[in-house]
Ligand binder design. Structure first.
Ligand code: F0G
Length: 457
């Protein structure tokens, strides 16, 4: 059979709001043209994020009931720790309530004068936590990874030569850790190859720099390695995961993605001294070492989620659904980042609305219209999220201006996906009418979450 089906059936449903365009115009205005301010009861299809929006399985729901809510030494924690160790083989698994809590603990412990942390591309909260601790965050994506229209199997890779030069220039003593984000979310949900993980690891170990993975979407990355990288077709997802993690000294994880859960995360490390300090900080700010800010039933759901996420039928469907949406858009001529990645389709705003230059937030203009057309919420990954001003106040934008249509796991059907494609086509047909935008309000860190914008006539 050629038709790819959802490898599950639906046991419980949640109504989705169907609204009218004239109402959506009011809602968006009240939200200052920032979808983060929209109420979900005004959204028909919510593609803001794939994080914490997963539909859990019946086994996970059963696990919630079975959770052992002991403050210390909970059976649910040991189940969670066990499966995370099976996947990663790291020595210390420190639970946190979500990914950024793991980031905050790690970077608080690594801070110091004149420090810098490289990555293929830091995600917004990772960058935020690094910069908040006075550390420089720098990105070294491979060049092809920043050109949306070009296809390559592993556009999430890090540019190893640039990394080497940077270490030389900056001094290895000033780089407390080097990271790789798998898959590269800000770079289009693009995977990182095993070869690249191995090479970055090698450079780090030659320079005595610890190497950490930001591994929120590790299973999707492993599936791409299995299907795209020579030599891995016959390996199981778990074997591939074991190899990926074997090259690293630790990891930060938002389990709200590939933990198939609505909350959770961890910091993992092989470094005994760092683990001891991290656990002290965890107790001060998150919770005891066997729950770290989560209810124990959440740990139970995660333990089951980590098993389900490595199922190849699930991963084939997951990556297939993203590709299905991407192909529909390509057929309609809508410019997207190629090829489609693991968790989202990204509209390429530079080709979509060439009449709006980056300082006027072209991707934000597109996503506002997408909400007005179909009640679909998405997120900007471009100048609003990552833009800065130079010393003369001029706009400095990131390499790409993208609208991310992040697909929650196991939530939307093929008909929902068709609806999203139709709305994107409609916005594209009327693209020349889209207007420039400007900021009315912004904060110093992570401004996109609470920014207020208006149209310029
Ligand atoms: N790292 C990456 C690559 C992420 O995508 C995220 C979250 C985090 C770290 C932080 O994890 O949310 O659990 O604190 N990404 C979400 C997104 C928010 O929409 O892509 P968190």
């Amino acid at each position: 059979m050629k038709t790819l089906i959802e490898p599950f059936k639906i046991k419980t449903i949640e109504e989705i709001p169907i609204t009218k365009r004239e109402d959506r115009e009011i809602f968006l205005k009240e939200a200052f043209n920032n979808p983060f301010f929209l109420r979900s009861e005004h959204i028909t299809i919510d593609l803001l994020t794939d994080s914490g929006t997963t539909a859990m399985s019946s086994k996970q729901w059963a696990g919630l009931m079975d959770g052992d809510e002991a403050y210390a030494g909970s059976r649910s924690y040991y189940k969670f720790e066990n499966i995370v160790k099976e996947i990663t083989n790291f020595k210390h698994i420190i639970p946190t309530h979500q990914g950024r809590a793991a980031e905050r603990i790690l970077f608080t412990l690594l801070k110091g004068d004149n420090k810098s942390i490289p990555n293929n591309t830091h995600f917004d909260t990772t960058r935020g936590n690094i910069e908040y601790n006075g550390i420089e965050a720098c990105d070294f994506p491979v060049e092809i990874g920043t050109i949306p229209e070009l296809e390559a199997p592993f556009k999430g890779n890090m540019d190893v030569e640039r990394l080497k030069n940077y270490i030389q220039k900056r001094g290895k003593e000033n780089i407390p850790v080097c990271m790789l984000t798998i898959t590269n979310n800000s770079g289009g949900g693009q995977p990182v190859s095993m070869q690249n993980i191995r090479e970055v690891s090698q450079v780090c170990s030659e320079n005595g720099i610890p190497f950490y993975l930001d591994c929120c979407r590790f299973a999707e990355n492993a599936y791409f390695i299995k299907t795209r990288e020579p030599g891995y077709a016959d390996k199981s997802i778990k074997e591939i995961c074991n190899e990926m993690f074997s090259y690293a000294d630790g990891a930060t994880m938002s389990a709200k993605k590939d933990g198939l859960s609505n909350t959770g995360g961890f910091l993992a490390t092989n470094d005994d001294a760092l683990a001891e300090q991290a656990q002290s900080l965890l107790i001060i700010t998150e919770g005891f070492i066997t729950y770290g800010g989560m209810t124990r039933r959440d740990l139970e759901a995660l333990a089951q989620g980590f098993v389900e996420v490595m199922d190849e039928n699930y991963l084939e469907y997951r990556v297939g659904q993203i590709k299905y949406l991407g192909n529909k858009l390509i057929e309609a001529g809508v410019p997207i980042l190629m090829p489609t990645g693991g968790h989202a389709v990204y509209l390429d705003a530079k080709r979509f609305t060439p009449h709006i230059s980056p300082e006027y937030f072209p991707a934000q203009a597109i996503l506002c219209e997408l909400y007005l057309v179909g009640g679909i919420r998405s997120v900007e990954i471009g100048s609003l999220m990552f833009g800065k001003r130079d010393e003369n106040g001029n706009h400095v934008g990131p390499p790409m201006e993208l609208v991310r249509l992040a697909i929650p796991r196991r939530v939307y059907t093929q008909a929902h996906t068709d609806y999203v494609a139709e709305a994107c086509e409609e916005v594209y047909k009327n693209r020349t009418k889209l207007k420039k935008m400007r900021l009315l309000y912004e904060t110093k860190f992570l401004r996109h979450f609470t920014a207020k914008l208006e149209y310029i006539d």
